[in-house]
Design a protein around this ligand. Structure first.
Ligand SMILES: *[C@@H]1O[C@H](CO)[C@@H](O)[C@H](O)[C@H]1NC(C)=O
Ligand SMILES: *[C@@H]1O[C@H](CO)[C@@H](O)[C@H](O)[C@H]1NC(C)=O
Ligand SMILES: *[C@@H]1O[C@H](CO)[C@@H](O)[C@H](O)[C@H]1NC(C)=O
Ligand SMILES: *[C@@H]1O[C@H](CO)[C@@H](O)[C@H](O)[C@H]1NC(C)=O
Ligand SMILES: *[C@@H]1O[C@H](CO)[C@@H](O)[C@H](O)[C@H]1NC(C)=O
Ligand SMILES: *[C@@H]1O[C@H](CO)[C@@H](O)[C@H](O)[C@H]1NC(C)=O
Ligand SMILES: *[C@@H]1O[C@H](CO)[C@@H](O)[C@H](O)[C@H]1NC(C)=O
Ligand SMILES: *[C@@H]1O[C@H](CO)[C@@H](O)[C@H](O)[C@H]1NC(C)=O
Ligand SMILES: *[C@@H]1O[C@H](CO)[C@@H](O)[C@H](O)[C@H]1NC(C)=O
Ligand SMILES: *[C@@H]1O[C@H](CO)[C@@H](O)[C@H](O)[C@H]1NC(C)=O
Ligand SMILES: *[C@@H]1O[C@H](CO)[C@@H](O)[C@H](O)[C@H]1NC(C)=O
Ligand SMILES: *[C@@H]1O[C@H](CO)[C@@H](O)[C@H](O)[C@H]1NC(C)=O
Length: 779
């Protein structure tokens, strides 16, 4: 017998379970019936697939390529042990599109069907419902739509329909589907309706995933006998009552996040002594966090963020020796940080952002928790100085959006594992400690919007992982040291540590707010990624970025898109930095965004800038002079270019006309630039606001005649032709004449209706038809 690799590869317990029961099933039901009709069905399935997939084809294309090969040797086909009947089809990830095949029921022994990770669309045909022997059905990751009706699949053990577009109520399938069901994954569809009774008769059910749907009403109350139950991101409401936990509880994962549950959460949850993850994030729970939770020693993750729990944290939680992740963000705690947080010595991730805390951190010990890896205290009102005692084991320290003041302690340079330090949007003063040069794991240094002064220490160049550097809007002065260009030269060791050690399942919550700051969504190339920020996508993004997998389509100068290249940035805007930009900036091979605007940089812009993979270059409001390097024309990924308010002079480099990706462009107020802007090509797509205050620059004639006015940001102007004055007047006349026609016609209709005579009605119909055609002409 041939077992397809797809079943074996998935090593988790439930696929093992299904495999075992599946093999049992084979032994019991293997009866020798002629296999010829099975072969016929497969061949008709093959030609069906071929007709829907004329170009790219999966492994089914190899079926019956050699005469001798038996059906059981065909890739993706599973037979009974003696090879007489087909009992399984695995065409996972086989580039199949089109609707689902409508004759699977002719394979009367079919028990296993995996068509996941394809592009199968349409509705599920009735035929599938007649595959009465089906035990394992995986249609996940397709684009199947419309409603579900699986009343006939009473032997099904594993059902995975996740990530499709199926909608409507599931009551026509449940409880009929329940007899043998162990796994039900309906997540990420558009299901709706109630779930309070659907699984009542599913005696063997263990894994239920209903995440990301539109289910509403109350929760199904018997979930404690499952192993995993997730209803995250639905519209469920009501209370979670104590009785739901009465009796034996086998739960390991309970995820109720992102619903509208209210009231107190019952302490009886402590009946679930195997619980690993309790996720209550994003509900309306009130009252105390139950002290009984402290007795569930297996707990690894507690997610209580975005609720209205009271601020007394029970001491018993300190007993949870396996607790890794504690999220109590956005509970409106207020007041000073609870003293107890300084005693969670076991916790690695502590997420307390958005709680309106006040006061300082001095007495809390929170920064010295020995096992602490990620601490997020952003979006509170903490004030005072930053304590200098700090755990050397921190990897993420996020204190942004508070009122911290005073100097940044130089001890913060003693965190060899630190990957992100975010102190932005505070009131910090003094200079950036040169000890930061020791932070060789640092990927992000976020100090924007403080009142830091002094030079950017050249030691920062020793931060070899530092790809993302943002010190915008401070009072920094001094020059751009050539040593600084070494920063971020080799982030790979840090990414490799993350690839080895980062646990995807546990490091979640709070990523979105952080990612929005760290990946500046308003700028290219990051704009592309961030257009679709959801909690789910932030988590994926977080995992990708921290492992150095690139998600940005940015190409190095002159080459084609290389999606594996990571994009870095340097944001120095809004300071008092001066001097020249060093020529060795060309070393910064991953720099996609360079913002030097609103500073006092001067001298020539080095031609080496043309060697960077820039998507964004903003030099506005500086004192740059000399020629604009024509090498900027080599920056084939460039989308935003702002050279406005400088002292550039000489001939305008027409090489800029080659920048076909450019969507924002501004060279206004460089009064000594001369030359000619070509009247066709990329530059001609911008309005005259991109070229203001350049008296020596010759613009295309249509700019001047038509008053090619544009949005002040100099964005691409697509509707130029329509802006012509003469045309506008013509339009006005046209509108007025149609309007008066309508008025006259309407009056005519009223008169005719009033008269109500046979010939009048004929007229009316004629007029009606005329009006309709006029309307369609206008729209
Ligand atoms: C299904 O397959 C069987 C066996 O090949 C065939 O006899 C029957 O006509 C098919 N039915 C449909 C609806 O194609
Ligand atoms: C279904 O297929 C998907 C993708 O191929 C896989 O990730 C998932 O584990 C499968 N489901 C089950 C229950 O085996
Ligand atoms: C659906 O849930 C089941 C059970 O938890 C799991 O085995 C399977 O991998 C999930 N499917 C996908 C596509 O993640
Ligand atoms: C989901 O279903 C609702 C109606 O129940 C519909 O309004 C909505 O557009 C659907 N969403 C998607 C993504 O199909
Ligand atoms: C609870 O579990 C115990 C031991 O596993 C078992 O003896 C008992 O019958 C179970 N109780 C219920 C109500 O299932
Ligand atoms: C929580 O309750 C408040 C009123 O107490 C209500 O305004 C809010 O919409 C509720 N939130 C959710 C997610 O149900
Ligand atoms: C149930 O929820 C409501 C809010 O919907 C709340 O007022 C009530 O106190 C809750 N009852 C219990 C027992 O928690
Ligand atoms: C912690 O657990 C120990 C025994 O495991 C128990 O004696 C102690 O009372 C518990 N502490 C709290 C605060 O629950
Ligand atoms: C800190 O973590 C390590 C390993 O992750 C663990 O062995 C140790 O017990 C933890 N420390 C405390 C105080 O819980
Ligand atoms: C860092 O963690 C290790 C164990 O992982 C621990 O032994 C050490 O005390 C911690 N260091 C600090 C400064 O907390
Ligand atoms: C760090 O940078 C400074 C100045 O750029 C340099 O003198 C020093 O040798 C560097 N230290 C290390 C360890 O590379
Ligand atoms: C350049 O930066 C300034 C200040 O941040 C901003 O106002 C301007 O829009 C930027 N220019 C472009 C083309 O993005």
């Amino acid at each position: 017998m041939v077992v397809s690799p797809g079943i074996m590869a998935n090593g988790d317990s439930n696929s093992l379970l299904s495999l075992v029961s599946f093999l049992l099933f084979i032994l019991i039901t293997a009866t020798a019936v002629t296999g010829d009709s099975d072969r016929e069905v497969l061949l008709s399935f093959k030609s069906y697939l071929q007709s829907w997939n004329p170009t790219e084809r999966g492994k089914y294309n190899e079926w019956e390529t050699t005469e001798k090969q038996g059906v059981c040797q065909w890739p993706g086909i599973i037979c009974t042990p003696e090879g007489s009947r087909i009992i399984g089809i695995n065409l996972r990830d086989s580039t199949i599109s089109g609707p689902l095949f409508g004759n699977f029921s002719a394979l009367t022994q079919l028990a296993f069907l995996d068509l996941s990770s394809n592009t199968i669309g349409g509705s599920i045909p009735d035929d599938l419902n007649r595959c009465h022997n089906l035990k394992h059905l995986n249609l996940s990751l397709n684009i199947i739509e419309r409603e579900l009706s699986f009343s006939g699949l009473s032997n099904l053990e594993v059902l995975d329909l996740s990530v499709n577009r199926i909608e409507g109520d599931v009551h026509s399938s449940f409880p009929l589907l329940c007899n043998s069901l162990i796994v039900a994954n309906l997540s990420t569809n558009n299901f709706s309706g109630r779930i309070d009774d659907i699984f009542n008769e599913c005696r063997y059910l263990k894994y239920v995933d209903l995440r990301y749907n539109g289910f509403s009403g109350e929760i199904w109350s018997d979930f404690r006998r499952l192993v995993k139950f997730s209803v995250s991101r639905n519209r469920l409401s009501g209370n979670i009552s104590a009785s739901m936990f009465r009796g034996n509880c086998t739960l390991q994962v309970l995820d109720l996040s992102g619903n509208g549950f209210a009231g107190e959460f019952p302490g009886q949850v402590s009946n679930c002594q195997n619980l690993n993850v309790l996720d209550l994030w994003g509900n309306n729970f009130t009252g105390n966090i139950p002290a009984e939770i402290g007795s569930i020693s297996s707990l690894r993750g507690l997610y209580f963020g975005k609720n209205e729990f009271s601020r007394d944290i029970p001491e018993t939680l300190l007993n949870l020796s396996n607790l890794v992740f504690l999220d109590l963000s956005r509970n409106n705690f207020g007041g000073e940080l609870q003293e107890i947080f300084g005693r969670f010595t076991q916790v690695e991730y502590l997420v307390l952002y958005g709680n309106s805390y006040v006061g300082g951190l001095y007495s809390s010990n929170i920064l010295t928790l020995p096992n602490l890896s990620r601490l997020d205290l952003s979006y509170n009102n903490f004030s005072g100085r930053l304590p200098s005692e700090i755990s050397q084991n921190l990897t993420f320290l996020i204190l942004a959006y508070n009122n911290f003041s005073g100097d940044i302690p130089r001890e913060y340079g003693n965190m060899p594992r630190l990957q992100a330090l975010d102190l932005s949007f505070n009131r910090l003063t003094g200079s950036i400690p040169s000890s930061f040069g020791k932070l060789t794991s640092l990927l992000w240094l976020m100090l924007a919007n403080n009142s830091l002064s002094g030079e950017i220490p050249r030691e920062i160049g020793n931060c070899t992982s530092l790809l993302w550097f943002n010190v915008a809007n401070n009072q920094l002065s001094g020059g751009f040291h050539p040593e600084l260009t070494k920063m971020g030269s080799n982030p790979l060791p840090t990414f490799e540590v993350n690839r080895r050690t980062m646990d995807n399942t546990i490091s979640r919550s709070g990523e979105c707010l952080v990612m929005r700051r760290w990946i500046p969504a308003e700028f290219p190339p990051f704009k592309f990624v961030c257009a679709t920020f959801t909690n789910k996508s932030c988590r994926t993004l977080w995992n990708h970025v921290l492992k150095g997998k690139c998600i940005f389509p940015v190409c190095p100068a002159g080459s084609i898109v290389d999606p594996l290249d990571i994009s870095g940035y340097l944001q120095l805007s809004g300071n008092k930095l001066s001097g020249e930009v060093p020529a060795n900036i060309s070393q910064m091979k991953k720099l996609s965004m360079l913002h030097l605007g609103f500073n006092e940089f001067e001298g020539k812009l080095p031609i080496e800038i043309g060697l960077l993979p820039l998507a964004f270059l903003n030099l506005t409001r500086n004192k740059f002079s000399g020629q604009i390097p024509q090498e900027i024309g080599n920056l084939s990924s460039l989308q935003n270019l702002d050279l406005s308010y400088n002292n550039f002079s000489g001939n305008f480099p027409t090489s800029l006309n080659e920048l076909s990706e450019m969507s924002k462009f501004n060279i206004s107020y460089n009064p000594f630039i001369s030359g000619v802007i070509p009247s066709s090509g990329q530059l001609a797509t911008f309005g005259k606001d991109s070229f203001l205050g350049n008296p020596l620059l010759q613009l295309p004639s249509f700019f001047i005649q038509s008053g090619n006015n544009n949005s002040s940001s100099g964005e691409r102007d697509n509707g130029r032709e329509e802006d012509d004055d003469g045309a506008a007047i013509d339009m006005l006349v046209f509108y007025w004449s149609t309007f008066s026609f309508y008025v006259v016609a309407l009056m005519g209709i009223l008169v005719l209706m009033y008269l109500d005579c046979p010939w009048c009605r004929a007229w009316l119909r004629l007029l009606d038809a005329f009006m309709a055609s006029l309307k369609s002409m206008l729209s």
